[in-house]
Design a protein around this ligand. Sequence first.
Ligand SMILES: [Mg+2]
Length: 259
Amino acid sequence: MTSNRWVVSDLDGTLLNHHYDWSAAASTINWLQQQSIPVIPCTSKTAEEVRLFRQEAGLHDPFIVENGGAIHGDDGHGGEWMLAIGKPHGELRPLLDQLAKELGSPLPALEDLTAAEGDALTGLRGEALARAQRRQWSVPFITPAQELRDRLRDLASALGLQVVQGNRMSHLLSAGSHKGRALEELKKHLHQSDVEVLGLGDSPNDLPLLEAVDQAVVVPGPNGPHPVFADAIANGHYRLAPAPHAEGWALAVRQWLGP
Ligand SMILES: [Mg+2]
């Protein structure tokens, strides 16, 4: 981790498309690793899911999991260090049920879905779904109807919690745990406060990450970027990747690094 540049990226919906395919960025990721430019996943996924992704992508850099709930990195002796930022899942899980009661509407947690429901929501089956369901630092749940979201946010805030919305579901976390905070904690942990960071994301839960980086890139889906980013893209605060998912990701990274 001696490079003065980091690529910090969301995975689902950003680098990975809705079929979890990121092959269009494979050669760019390889090239970044050869240049010793870290590629740091910053994702809603669990650590066990990200470990598999890192293996496939050949990454050795730290990774931020569960929407900023914790940071992991290789310790150089075959193990990992881990920095916890938020409340553990065991404390959060009963609070989701309390919120559902106060809201007067069910908030089904990902971990409680049947195999068929989990597949319909995530496209994951079997052990891949189980890896996504075993949470340590957050509770993902089915995003409620639009008209309930403001009230849910207020109820969560009154309990010292927050709800962030990803591209497939919402996530309950401690207030103050988010992807941007995790990035700041990682810089501190590695004593690299001066590093120049490119951040890439696709959904509202990426806003704190995009606000914490030096260059923010919104990666669109096939139907364009998430509407929450429209103003920031229009006024040049965020850049829009020139293509969806891995293809746009790779082009945006190459543009940032220059010729
Ligand atoms: Mg995403």
